[in-house]
Design a protein around this ligand. Sequence first.
Ligand code: 4NP
Length: 167
Amino acid sequence: MNNHSELDSNNKYKILFVCLGNICRSPAAHGIFCHIVKENGMQELFSVDSAGTYGGHQGELPDRRMRRAASARGYELTHRSRPVSSMDFLDFDLIIAMDDQNYEDLMHLAPSVEASHKIKRMASYLTTRDITYIPDPYYMGTEGFNLVLDLLEEGCRNIFSMLSRKA
Ligand code: 4NP
């Protein structure tokens, strides 16, 4: 990871959330993290995006079920799905994978050892649960989407605290 003690308005800290389709988990994490940044008036310091390791949903809005569950918590998800690119490893300071497969796929795509050090697992930022990955809610019911949002809210708050403590 780059030195994020350099959080200032001339040098935004860039964070990318990644899942498989970029229509459920990562756009939700993206929306939640943006919400936290805004809540803390730190929009000048962070740049946030999300992407998928699979490009088959490119251009689509997040899954309707995720948009509905997120909206009920005050997050409006408007991101359009896009695939991860090799440029992302140069552009972003921190790349957060939702599950082990995303992590492995990103590790294979990383163009250098330095770039691979930017990749972290979202579950590594969970402090209240013994969970190692963010489950894919695509084939789950409403409870699955709400569980994912609970996990992402906790992980995003912890990532934000870690980064802003170092500001
Ligand atoms: P996501 O969920 O990776 O959280 O966006 C999925 C979305 C689509 C598919 C799988 C997972 N799919 O197979 O199309």
